[in-house]
Design a protein around this ligand. Structure first.
Ligand SMILES: CC(C)(COP(=O)(O)OP(=O)(O)OC[C@H]1O[C@@H](n2cnc3c(N)ncnc32)[C@H](O)[C@@H]1OP(=O)(O)O)[C@@H](O)C(=O)NCCC(=O)NCCS
Length: 189
């Protein structure tokens, strides 16, 4: 599978507010803003190096950008004045795609953007001929587990003490997958 051939939807309309949205590839120039969001969204954020390595590996990485709403001040600021709603990074494999990072900026959460990003990833993955989407999620990450479960992902495993959790603590990873061959996979349940 080639990340370069990735057919991400280039633009869309905000289903609730009608403003223009765009999926754009993440580049090194975006990493300062992405890392700013990342630090506010996680207790254990990815470092700039994580993102840079993913980009250098050619992994698909996209940002979801929006025109600001009236009175909205983009935070972090962007030269083009748009708002960074969220982003995702994935790793293509043989007939599968592994979701490595999906993040919605804290001020934008619970407005459907996580689901919107997953919809785009499902479309992209099917376009690459993938049959499965895989991910790991911290056992204690209730919002993310709720998103994935509601979306149709099934728990298929548990990796004990997979994630660092501060000091000497570790946290389990729940392994989840979505069968893309099921036509309704990703449809709202
Ligand atoms: C997980 C995350 C991506 C969800 O994004 P989001 O845009 O807030 O999610 P959505 O608004 O699309 O929510 C879709 C559904 O997921 C579930 N959900 C999302 N956030 C939830 C929360 N805080 N509590 C309970 N359920 C939640 C709900 O079922 C929700 O549907 P509803 O709003 O109609 O009830 C976001 O919380 C986030 O970026 N968290 C920090 C980073 C992170 O943990 N990423 C995942 C790493 S594995």
């Amino acid at each position: 599978m080639s990340a370069l051939a990735a057919p991400w939807p280039a633009a869309a309309a905000d289903p609730q507010r009608g403003r223009r949205l765009a999926f754009e590839p993440m580049t090194d120039a975006d990493l300062a803003a992405v890392c700013e969001v990342e630090k506010t969204a996680y207790a254990h954020p990815w470092s700039r190096r994580h993102f840079a390595d993913s980009l250098a590996s050619g992994y698909p990485a996209v940002m979801l950008l929006a025109e600001p709403l009236p009175g909205e001040v983009p935070n972090p600021p962007r030269a083009d004045g748009r708002v960074l709603l969220g982003y995702l990074v994935a790793m293509p494999g043989v007939e599968e795609v592994h979701l490595l990072n999906i993040t919605v900026a804290p001020a934008q959460q619970r407005q459907g953007w996580g689901r919107f990003l997953l919809d785009a990833l499902v479309l992209w993955s099917r376009g690459q001929g993938a049959q499965w989407l895989w991910l790991e999620v911290r056992a204690g990450n209730e919002p993310a587990r709720a998103l994935y479960t509601r979306y149709g992902f099934q728990q298929v495993g548990l990796r004990r003490a997979y994630y660092p959790a501060g000091g000497l603590q570790r946290e389990d990873a729940v392994v989840m997958s979505l069968d893309l061959a099921v036509p309704s996979a990703g449809a709202e349940s």
